[in-house]
Design a protein around this ligand. Structure first.
Ligand code: NI
Length: 135
């Protein structure tokens, strides 16, 4: 078991207030435990991004009423057909659709595909989550 080290952190008043509320909502026993989890998560994310190859998912939400957008999003995905494993469509509500695109391959291309989808007008949110990575 590794030794516990203490360090002090300076943050703005408002941020600390929000953080304490986060700690309480998440049910952390202490701030330290919450910070430990957050730091560990960020370090893991960084190490995943260092891999060249990976498997992940792109989640996007877009305006369903923009018909040309649906075609454009499909065209973009076809340009990356080697990367896209499958695509699941969810009709979120009257106006919005969500797609979860499972991707596997070069992380650089996953980011490219994510950026191209993000740049389309009518796309409300896009996130790329890399689940596993290797060199
Ligand atoms: Ni839909």
């Amino acid at each position: 078991m590794s030794k516990i080290k203490r360090f002090s952190v300076s943050v703005k008043d408002n941020l600390l207030k929000d953080f304490d509320s986060f700690v309480s909502r998440k049910g952390y026993p202490t701030r330290s435990k919450a910070i430990e989890d957050i730091v560990r998560g960020e370090l893991k994310r960084e190490s995943l991004l260092k891999g060249n190859m990976g498997t992940g998912a792109i989640i996007l939400v877009y305006d369903h009423h923009k018909r040309e957008l649906v075609a454009k999003l499909t065209d973009i995905q076809h340009d990356y057909h080697n990367l896209v494993i499958c695509n699941q469509h969810v009709h979120l509500d009257h106006n919005n659709c969500m797609e979860s695109i499972v991707v596997q391959g070069k992380q650089k291309e996953m980011q490219e595909l994510t950026d191209k989808l993000k740049a389309q007008k009518g796309v409300k949110s896009v996130s790329l989550s890399i689940a596993s990575a290797k060199k």
